[in-house]
Design a protein around this ligand. Structure first.
Ligand code: F6R
Length: 618
């Protein structure tokens, strides 16, 4: 959470930093701030609210835009309410140092008390202002340069951080450091300019060369000289690896859509195809995934697979449970990473842990991975963001090829995570012999059709909009599904509540009788996934139970359905496929529905209140 964007070089820093903040706003949008150094003075502007608000304020301060060094921040508040004073950047007491920070300094209170006893006073309630003053204090007492002061100060810090620090007395350098929160450095041609950001999106149009700092590393960035990376603990030099960025500018722009979320929903046919391309080989009748092949024994001899994840990725994990148990006959447990890490789990070296994360930075998932590794488990990661912390922390893994997901509500990440899980389950099933070869081949053929079927489904957008207009004012909604579609019901409810703020709950359809049925009356819309395979008749009975209590049914049915269409108040048809593949289809109308309801209610679809895309705090 929180986004950092900084520039040092020969161009005007302001437009680079401010545009960078706009691209990073998915990481938090409680407040925004920017510091521009004009060669003599540091100009600070910061405010509660979004980056667009900050831009408005700076319009009337033209001097605050002039300079080739700048540092900006968009905040998801942790310590201190979101107000102007608590916004970043923060100056040190002398006014010489300025710092932006993503993360939490856990021992800030102890450090603050010590600094107060040494004569420091604080304007804000933030842990960040404590950190910048700690660096200043070390610099003064040790009589050292900024880089050394940052390194020494950070050895006293407990918590998580990505920081960028600037000293106006050393105007050709920026220092950055990371522990637990991501930071990327864009390296300009001939070291004439550098970019610093929480991910590479702010500088993708300027350079394709990026250095991603590892945990416990810091970098001294000097214009004309280059980037020196050190270990924070012992100051040892590390050879930085320059990676070539694959990301392009149009991937991170809206491309004619009103919102990123809608664009990303419509990108799903391509994202799913990109995810199985090169892995699902129809002619050879195999699934090729070297990340599984190298560790096949681990999977085949595992006592069980434990899937850890949060939020939407956890829902994908639940679909994974059905897939692995059904196709590969391997027992699976699915755990919230936040619960797993703190409940003293029993893990052995016979367990395989699969961690799922779009961002690859979720703090709880990362901690669950570290715990599982320390207990001897083999850990496999499914991530979207290349080079992310989780991708690096796991023994092996597969990327989803969804491309950057910018809308805070996850859409294409979910379907591509399910795609990877399906490929793995099929591969293990074939290797174990738990899927007869002709069934395996049938799955490959049906999987191949999914992108086209998703494309077809997207054409029902107008119908979904009509349904959305009928139910947009509901105060509560239920989502029901069984088997493979139970997790889809959970995901449908999450999508609605997070962007429209309508209370929604997902349930296994049969559980309704054990409590939620009491809620049903003529004002309660109930979205039921009732595809033709699996437990169709049972779901039909559940629908009847709802109808006899006057609930409103919006059913997701298979094309050609007769029975449910007659009972339901509204229905949406999805193309026919194997039951195990239905989540890839049934999810789509539920995503569209949430999107349209939120738009009709005038909500900020891409940046829902209180949320952030990358949850790097517990
Ligand atoms: C919901 C959503 C969140 C994330 C969760 C995990 O739309 O996006 O629930 O799924 O915060 O994030 P990742 O997948 O990045 O670990």
């Amino acid at each position: 959470m929180c986004g950092i964007s900084a520039y040092i070089g020969y161009r005007k820093a302001y437009p680079i930093v401010i545009n960078g903040l706009k691209r990073l706003e998915y990481r938090g949008y409680d407040s925004a701030g920017v510091m521009i150094f004009d060669g003599e003075n540091m100009h600070l502007s910061k405010t509660k609210g979004k980056v667009s608000h900050l831009e408005e304020i700076i319009k009337s301060k033209p001097k605050s835009k002039v300079g080739n060094i700048g540092m900006g921040h968009t905040r998801w508040a942790t310590h201190g309410v979101p107000n102007d004073v608590n916004s970043h950047p923060h100056f040190s007491q002398s006014g010489d140092l300025v710092l932006v920070h993503n993360g939490i300094i856990e021992n800030y209170d102890t450090i603050k008390k010590e600094l107060i006893s040494r004569g420091y006073s604080f304007k804000s309630d933030t842990d960040t202002e404590v950190l910048v003053n700690l660096i200043e204090e070390v610099k003064l007492t040790e009589g050292c340069k900024l880089g050394k002061a940052v390194q020494l100060a950070l050895t006293n810090v407990v918590g998580a951080y990505a920081i960028a620090v600037f000293d106006k007395n050393r105007p050709n350098e920026i220092i950055v450091a990371r522990l637990g929160s991501p930071i990327a450095i864009g390296v300009g041609k001939d070291n004439k300019e550098f970019f610093v950001a929480s991910d590479a999106s702010p500088f993708v149009e300027y350079t394709k060369d990026a250095i991603y700092l590892e945990d416990e590393e810091m970098a001294i960035i000097r214009v004309g000289k280059g980037v020196k990376v050190h270990k924070i603990m012992d100051d040892a030099l590390v050879q930085p690896e320059i990676q070539k960025l694959q990301m392009s500018l149009d991937q991170i722009e809206k491309g004619g859509f009103d919102h990123f979320m809608l664009k990303e929903i419509y990108e799903q046919p391509k994202a799913i195809t990109d995810t199985f391309r090169g892995r699902m080989l129809l002619e050879e009748k195999i699934i090729k995934m070297s990340s599984i092949e190298t560790y096949l024994d681990k999977f085949l001899n595992a006592n069980r697979i434990i899937i850890v994840a949060c939020g939407t990725s956890w829902h994908a994990g639940l679909v994974g449970e059905y897939l692995f148990e059904d196709l590969a006959r391997i027992p699976v447990e699915v755990e919230y990473a936040s619960e797993f890490r703190y409940r003293n789990p029993i893990i052995t070296n016979k367990d395989v842990v699969i961690a799922i994360s779009q961002s690859g930075e979720t703090a709880d998932t990362l901690a669950a991975i570290k715990l599982a590794k320390s207990m001897g488990a083999f850990v496999y990661g499914i991530c979207n963001v290349v080079g992310s912390s989780i991708a690096r922390e796991t023994h092996s893994g597969a990327y989803t090829h969804a491309g950057p997901e910018i809308g805070v509500a996850s859409t294409k990440a979910f379907t591509t995570q399910i795609t990877v899980l399906t490929l793995i389950a099929l591969k293990l099933g074939q290797a174990k012999g738990s899927i007869p070869q002709h069934n395996f081949e049938n799955y490959l053929e049906k999987m191949q059709l999914i992108p086209k079927q998703v494309e077809e489904l997207l054409q029902i957008d107008e119908k979904v909009k009509e349904i959305a207009s009928v139910y947009k004012d509901a105060k509560n909604c239920l989502y029901l599904g069984r088997g493979f579609n139970f997790p889809v019901a959970l995901e449908g409810a999450l999508k609605l509540k997070e962007i429209s703020y309508i209370h929604a709950e997902g349930y296994p359809a049969a559980e309704m009788k054990h409590g939620p049925i009491a809620l049903i009356d003529e004002n309660m819309p109930i979205f039921v996934i009732a595809t033709n395979k699996g437990h169709y008749e049972k779901v039909v009975s559940n629908i009847q139970e709802i109808k006899s209590r006057a609930g409103k049914i919006i059913a997701i049915v298979t094309e050609g359905d007769v029975t449910v269409k007659e009972i339901a108040d509204h229905y949406i048809e999805v193309p026919d496929t194997e039951e195990a593949l239905t989540p890839l289809l049934t999810t789509i109308p539920l995503q569209l529905l949430s999107y349209h309801i939120a738009v009709m209610l005038g909500k900020n679809v891409d940046q829902p209140r209180n949320l952030a895309k990358s949850v790097t705090v517990e």
